[in-house]
Design a protein around this ligand. Structure first.
Ligand code: BGC
Length: 461
């Protein structure tokens, strides 16, 4: 070990620390999107909602998130990543308070949309912040902390929901429990805002805004004096944001990465993960479970998601993104067909359906879950990454909206079995897309990835 190594490790501690703070945005994302799963049944009863209104109430957050994601690239270019992340946390807190206090379903939908704007902004900017602050040699791992925070948020939510629902009787659940579930998001929101005070603005944003002295200070704190200087020069040479116009984003040189990023973002959603994440207790009730059992089984979903995401973080730089995508989406396809069959045939016991749902979640957690976020933060050239990631994140939220809005309607319209079979067919398409179009980016520098798109050597990877 050279004498420089311990120093480098110590300096990485700063970027890891800042990345963990930024990643809490993922926690808010996970918490706020999944909290509805435990509350939806009670809210439906409280406001006497039909399937269409239920879907709208669930997905209103996602509509806000799509808007927040779309706006975040441009707004944060102007005001800075850190400030806009703090604003996102504040908006999130306002949305949580509003949801908890809502007295009409319209009020609730508006409050969820507001909270969603915060979630969407944080979902785009947290990985972006990390990728702009991280030393390139550990960027992949640091961005992955973000997905880990998402699933932690989901897991904690399921736990909090089950705990709150366990406090009172059914009448209390319908009148009050869901308010506590939605309102609990205030705590991580405020914590996020306070912790963000400890983080610096990213050196790349500072450079773009001609604050070289501050950029150098941040780089020195993270990388040491020597490395800071050369990194500063590198950023200057890259002219980070100057040449990356919206027009270029849709130009032919970026067409392929954009297709891959957007398609992966959409496929991640339309293979049905959030039908499970947002509606799990309702699905489990259909297999014959009671309210409390359904919430407990939902905790299992969170646990499996959490555990298998950890496994993915360990595997992603070893076996590669593509291998995880292929194995994961193949397993997802099999499970979705099995779940559909389970609902189709009355002879299949509820616990077998539960098993295949859990296996499906595990397969998602080692593949599409983390890999999509890692890939949309690494496949675009640095100078255009902010805006390109925002476009992919926007499409992801839009697809999420379509699924969460239509899922209750699909259940009523074509039935549970056919709904899961539809997800299965899309999952099969995902397998083919990943096999044929998605390149392997493991172990490549961002510059190498950039060259991959132009050299036509994708098939050789
Ligand atoms: C997805 C979310 C999903 C979560 C589940 C994320 O990668 O973007 O929509 O709820 O994974 O773990």
């Amino acid at each position: 070990m050279t004498s420089a190594e311990p120093k480098r490790k110590a300096f990485s501690l700063y970027s890891t620390f800042y990345s963990i703070i930024a990643a809490i945005g993922g926690f808010l994302f996970g918490y706020d999107t999944a909290v509805i799963s435990g509350a939806v049944g009670f809210i439906k009863e409280r406001f006497d909602l039909n399937a269409g209104m239920t879907g709208w109430m669930v997905s209103s957050l996602v509509v806000g998130a799509a808007a927040g994601a779309a706006a975040s690239g441009v707004i944060s270019d102007k005001f800075g990543r850190k400030k806009v992340l703090m604003a996102a946390a504040l908006i999130f807190v306002v949305g949580s308070v509003g949801s908890a206090l809502a007295s009409t379903v319209t009020g609730l939908i508006i409050a969820r949309m507001v909270g969603g704007i915060g979630v969407g902004m944080a979902s785009t900017l947290a990985p972006l912040y990390i990728s702009e602050i991280a030393p390139s040699r550990i960027r992949g791992r640091l961005v992955s902390i973000y997905q880990f925070a998402v699933v932690t948020g989901i897991f904690v939510t399921f736990f909090v929901n089950a705990a709150i629902a366990g406090i009172g009787d059914d009448a209390w659940d319908v009148s009050t429990a869901w308010r506590w579930m939605l309102g609990f998001g205030v705590a991580p929101g405020i914590l996020y805002m306070l912790l963000l005070l400890l983080t610096p603005e990213t050196p790349r944003w500072l450079m773009k805004n001609k604050q070289e002295v501050r950029a150098l200070e941040v780089l020195e704190r993270m990388n040491g004096k020597q490395a800071a200087k050369s990194e500063l020069e590198e950023i200057m040479n890259l002219k980070v944001d100057e040449s990356g116009s919206i027009k270029e984003l849709f130009g032919s040189s970026l067409r392929l990465p954009l297709i891959v990023g957007v398609a992966l973002a959409i496929l991640q959603q339309i293979t049905g993960i959030n039908a499970i994440m947002y509606y799990a207790p309702e699905i489990f009730k259909q297999t014959g479970a009671g309210t409390d059992a359904a919430l407990t089984q939902t905790i299992l979903v969170g646990l499996v998601n959490f555990a298998f995401t950890l496994i993915a973080l360990w595997l992603i730089d070893k076996v590669g993104r593509k291998a995880l995508l292929l194995v994961g989406s193949t397993l997802m396809t099999i499970c979705l067909f099995a779940v559909g069959y389970g609902f189709h045939s009355p002879d299949v016991p509820g616990h077998l359906i539960l098993f295949f749902i859990l296996l499906y979640v595990a397969s998602f957690a080692v593949s599409l879950g983390p890999v999509v976020w890692v890939m949309i933060s690494e496949i675009f050239p640095t100078r255009i990454r902010g805006r390109a990631t925002a476009v992919a994140a926007f499409c992801l939220w839009l697809a999420d909206y379509v699924v969460s809005q239509t899922f209750p309607m699909l259940l009523e319209g074509i039935g549970t079995a056919a709904t899961f079979w539809s997800f299965a067919v899309i999952s099969l398409v995902t397998v083919v897309f990943c096999a044929k179009v998605v390149p392997e980016t493991k172990g490549r520098s961002l510059e190498e990835i950039e060259k991959l798109w132009t050299s036509g050597s994708r098939d050789k990877v």
